[in-house]
Design a protein around this ligand. Structure first.
Ligand SMILES: [Zn+2]
Length: 234
């Protein structure tokens, strides 16, 4: 009994000594309070502030650095680099479940345009793989779009046109399409330097079309952009 009490006491002495040693090392690491630090040196010693990107669905306290959103597929960056013209993204649907980016390109040429009007097309698994992003020739050239006509042509000049394949008046886009769209939007926004509220829809701009269809949900897109998997990817 006495022996047990002695062992417990010895243990407490050892623990107390360890605690003191720790406190001692913390104290010795603190700066000397009698020395006033130079304000410039103090500012330089502070860690860099993470960039706070704000949009309606992201809590303001959630920091996200540019690096965490700047990932993308290799062919999403044009070889000639990015033009400074881009200020927004305009989302469309193809209004048809079948077709390929090539058939869309041909149909746009038949309408008198020089080539496929969109910068990107996202497949739905019928004519082009589900969730696969097709990079149009316009994007490689950083050329204006032919997808959203308004007086003055602002959205063709400055909007990046992304088309989801499928008739989204009849059914929602596939999960893979929405994931690919969220990924592409995150990449473009981080690279082009505009904010999340610059994702627009064709019908939202002109008020003269149902494009991108009643089943396209901007809220769903924002939810995917806010998902932690994107915050943690590099
Ligand atoms: Zn459209």
């Amino acid at each position: 009994m006495v022996r047990n009490i002695l062992i417990v006491c010895a243990g407490l002495v050892v623990l107390a000594a360890a605690g003191c040693a720790e406190n001692q090392s913390v104290l010795s690491a603190l700066p000397d309070p009698s020395v006033r630090p130079d304000p410039a040196q103090r500012a330089a010693a502070l860690p860099a502030r993470p960039l706070l990107i704000q949009h309606p669905y992201r809590p303001l306290w959630q920091p996200m650095s540019v690096r965490t959103v700047a990932f993308g597929e290799p062919d999403w960056m044009p070889t000639i680099g990015l033009s400074a013209r881009w200020t927004c993204i305009v989302v469309h649907h193809s209004a048809s479940d079948k077709g390929t980016p090539e058939s869309m390109d041909q149909s746009h040429r038949q309408r008198g345009w020089d080539e496929l009007g969109y910068h990107f097309v996202i497949g739905n698994g019928l004519g082009y793989p589900d969730g696969k992003v097709y990079v149009g020739a316009r994007w490689d050239k950083q050329k204006h779009g032919a997808h959203c006509k308004v007086p003055g042509n602002y959205y063709n000049e400055h909007g990046i046109g992304i088309c989801l394949m499928g008739n989204l008046e009849d059914h929602p886009p596939t999960d893979a399409q929405m994931q690919a769209l969220a990924h592409l939007v995150m990449y473009l926004e981080s690279q082009c330097g505009f904010s999340y509220d610059r994702v627009l829809t064709h019908g939202g701009i002109t008020g003269k079309t149902l494009c991108p269809g009643r089943y396209f949900s901007t809220n769903d897109l924002y939810r995917r952009i806010s998902a932690p998997m994107y915050a943690s990817r590099k």
